[in-house]
Each structure stands twice: as structure tokens, then as C-alpha cells.
Design a binder for this molecule. Sequence first.
Ligand code: MG
Ligand code: ZN
Length: 166
Amino acid sequence: MKKILFIDRDGTLIQEPDKEIPQVDSLEEMVFLPWVISSLNMFIKKWYKLIIVTNQDWLWTELNPRENYTNINNKMFEIFAWEGVTFSHIFECPHFESDNCKCRKPKVWILWDFLSENDIDYKNSYMVWDRDTDSEFAKNIWVWFYKVIYWDDKHNWWNILEFVAG
Ligand SMILES: [Mg+2]
Ligand SMILES: [Zn+2]
């Protein structure tokens, strides 16, 4: 059975910039959360698979150009990989809430094939997130969940590592 850490991207792996639309638009704005790399490295050593599930509003549009997003992701994954952290899958919803699509968290359709094709250890799998709508998503896929707050010394990545796999 697979132990899985489902992980949100913005506000969870990297910080959300402090601006009106809190979207990471450039490499300058791509700032990792404290201890995220070292903690994920430990999760991998403890046989966790890492999966990103992210809502990317307006992806493909001029408000969130695909090229830009890919560029930021490439750099992010490159840095993670240098430190031994690789992700098994990345699931992304490119729509906006009003599109009422099937793939947007907290809906679970985007993971449907993955969940049905893999033998998942739900009792030891977690969703890590920063926004409350993602707890809804975690409940919908029957895994535990843990909120990361990067400025809080009780809800950072070391705390979750200790909590889940300590
Ligand atoms: Mg988030
Ligand atoms: Zn969608």
C-alpha cells in the first residue's frame, strides 16, 4: 500500500505573495516555505509518495500565462530535485471557480483514476494545505489533513513531519 502526501502548491510549498491576486508571477516571487525541502526529503526516506494538487486560476490566459507558470515550476522542481525531493504526480486545475469545472479542489474528479488505480494507505496518507477549502478536499479523498502556516512555529513543515512521521 502506498503512503501519500497530497500537497497544495501555493502557500504550502512556496509562499503566496502579499498582493491583491496572491499568485506567483515570477521567479523573484518564488520563495520556499521554511523547512519544506528538508522535511519532504525525510518523508521520501519514510516511503511517502509526494503528489501536488493545485488550483491554478486562469492558467493559459494572460492573467496566468502557461509559459510563466512552467518556467516557475521548472525552477522549483529543479531546486527540489537537487535536494533529493521528487514528486510522483502533479494534478492541476487551470480553471476559475465560476467555470464550475470538475477538476477544481475540493472536487476530487482530477484524482479519480489515480485513486482507483493505486492501492492507497489512507490511514497513513495526508493532505497538506494552507487554505481551508483544502480540508474539504482531504475529507473528499478520505485522507487526514494538516494545515501549514509558514509564519507560525507550531504549523510549519517540521511540525507536520513530526506529527505524521515522527
Ligand atoms: Mg494554497
Ligand atoms: Zn478545473
